[in-house]
Design a protein around this ligand. Structure first.
Ligand SMILES: NC(=O)c1ccc[n+]([C@@H]2O[C@H](COP(=O)([O-])OP(=O)(O)OC[C@H]3O[C@@H](n4cnc5c(N)ncnc54)[C@H](OP(=O)(O)O)[C@@H]3O)[C@@H](O)[C@H]2O)c1
Length: 301
């Protein structure tokens, strides 16, 4: 039976990891934001405490989810962004090495510059913003300083539900619940949505192997932000009630001032070559996510 230490497990992906891994492993789920009874406090910036807690628990797997994920916050708080996303990742390497645990580091499609239409596992990163740079530096440290690692790069994350989702799906749902009858959505940003349940399940399978390395891990299919919004309205049967209007990114330049790549599309080349690609289609993931986490919430408003 595995002993799995998860950092940053109180966020939008954390519950999917907790649910999957606690079925057959002993899990110590940690975060600085204690929003579940099964979480305990661990700040990945504090190496001394991290080492003490890990040494007590003795994990053979560490899943490093902890990060600051708000792009605008990272632009405005660079010191904390680098401390959390880079030094925090370095601390996980030091702890994993000491305990000889397998280490999973979650990276992002946002490490690429969007000059290409899509990126495989071997393309060269060139991040455009502080968040992307900090995640890439974390990824690079893991790769350069440890051998038993899996770096898994996610796309536009969908998960966490009403209370934890901080990203696009939640932002659209919030506007719907606030009674908006017209939504303005960009169609000049492309990506590959990533359902947190698929992501946690695929990582669960990957770490059973010793195929250490860097993996793109996104759902099948791609689209623009507009396509995702359109799909949300379709699943919720709201296409006749709410109008969707396409805009370009300039429309939101004050609110979302961090520079973003025009394409963050990833392909799971290595997972496919290893016959380990278990990611479903993003539309199916979105459907499951909305039905499980949002349907009643939206319908009762
Ligand atoms: N969300 C996405 O679209 C996306 C896409 C690609 C990759 N990723 C990566 O996926 C991983 C999981 O993120 P997520 O999607 O679940 O986002 P999230 O909801 O922001 O989760 C990250 C969690 O880490 C916590 N955290 C922040 N600083 C910490 C620290 N010093 N020590 C311990 N925990 C800390 C956060 O707490 P607070 O809420 O208090 O900050 C939050 O609970 C991250 O590594 C992220 O970079 C995310």
């Amino acid at each position: 039976m595995d002993r799995v230490l998860i950092t940053g497990c109180g966020g939008m992906s954390g519950k999917a990891f907790y649910n999957k891994f606690s079925k057959d492993s002993t899990v110590k789920a940690t975060d600085i934001n204690i929003n579940e009874h099964w979480l305990s406090y661990l700040d990945v910036r504090d190496l001394e405490e991290y080492m003490i807690e890990a040494d007590k628990f003795k994990p053979n797997v560490i899943i490093h989810l902890a990060a600051l994920t708000d792009l605008e916050y990272c632009e405005e708080n660079q010191e904390n962004a680098y401390l959390t996303n880079v030094i925090g990742a370095e601390n996980s390497v030091i702890v994993a090495k000491e305990l000889q645990a397998k280490l999973v580091y979650i990276s992002t499609a946002g490490i690429f510059d969007g000059e290409k239409e899509e990126y495989d596992d071997w393309d060269t990163p060139n991040p455009l913003n502080v968040y992307g740079r900090s995640k890439y530096l974390g990824e690079k440290y893991v790769v350069d300083n440890y051998d038993k690692y899996y770096v898994c790069r996610a796309g536009w994350m969908m998960g966490g539900g009403e209370s934890k989702d901080k990203k696009f799906v939640k932002k659209i749902i919030e506007q719907i619940n606030n009674g908006k009858k017209e939504l303005y959505v960009v169609d000049d940003k492309l990506g590959t949505p990533t359902y947190t349940k698929d992501f946690a399940n695929n990582i669960y399978e990957l770490i059973k192997t010793n195929y250490f390395g860097v993996y793109n891990m996104v759902c099948e299919g791609d689209g623009s932000r507009f396509d995702v919004a359109k799909e949300i309205l379709e699943v919720l049967n709201l296409t006749n009630e709410i109008k969707l209007t396409k805009v370009d990114s300039n429309y939101f330049k004050n609110e979302y001032f961090a520079q973003r790549p025009s394409s963050e599309k990833l392909i799971n080349k290595k997972l496919m070559l290893r016959n380990l690609n278990r990611m479903g289609n993003w539309k199916q993931g979105l459907y499951d996510y909305l039905k499980n986490d949002y349907y009643d919430y939206v319908k009762t408003k």
